[in-house]
Design a binder for this molecule. Sequence first.
Ligand SMILES: Nc1ncnc2c1ncn2[C@@H]1O[C@H](COP(=O)(O)OP(=O)(O)OP(=O)(O)O)[C@@H](O)[C@H]1O
Ligand SMILES: [Mg+2]
Length: 237
Amino acid sequence: MSEPFLIGDAMTGGYGRGADILHGCTIAVERGQIAVIVGPNGAGKSTAMKAVFGMLDLRQGAVRLDGEDITALTPQARVAKGMGFVPQTHNIFTSMSVEENLEMGAFLRQDDFRGTMEQVYDLFPILREKRHQAAGELSGGQRQQVAVGRSLMTKPKVLMLDEPTAGVSPIVMDELFDRIIEVARTGISILMVEQNARQALEIADKGYVLVQGANAFTGTGQDLLADDDVRRSFLGG
Ligand SMILES: Nc1ncnc2c1ncn2[C@@H]1O[C@H](COP(=O)(O)OP(=O)(O)OP(=O)(O)O)[C@@H](O)[C@H]1O
Ligand SMILES: [Mg+2]
């Protein structure tokens, strides 16, 4: 078995000196694939994402990127290594324009990022149209495009998305998933948390069900969609 491109391996930890939230939790994604994390509210999905991105001190376990142990690295150092993270909340600068948000995303880059910005605008044409508008004036789905676009400005190898379709209509959700598939096809790995579990597992190469900070079920997206226990408990039958 070869090592996944990104893995949070047997992670145990919590916030500050508080009790453990994660209990030996493992999440991973292969190169160019889509991995989806689902589970009930408060299961620790966002906490697991933050742990993989270095925003939480692990008491046990490790995070490895392309075979390298990055457990001790800061989030900023992980960005420099090719990781992008779009958090569940507060993921854009609302008072800045769309274009300023994208420029902020490129803050670590020393090279010319205009080409990347054009790629983001090609992926999300509405953002090109609204590039001078304040991001806070955009619709929910468009804000999520800004957040994803901002993260793409660092040219990540792996993109971590925490509930990218939260609060958007089913049509906008489908469109966002199509764009996410498009990003994965360019070779970027996608590790995402999704509340729209059924639809997300449809596009997932790998799926994880987390319950109380631990892995409850793991399989291909199709495995999980076909599993009676998973369907009954987490997919509404
Ligand atoms: N910053 C924090 N400090 C302390 N405890 C926290 C913090 N953030 C989350 N928690 C706790 O960690 C547990 C897991 O929360 P988390 O946000 O990871 O769940 P989740 O699966 O992402 O839930 P949701 O589906 O609502 O987004 C909860 O008990 C929550 O109260
Ligand atoms: Mg969450």
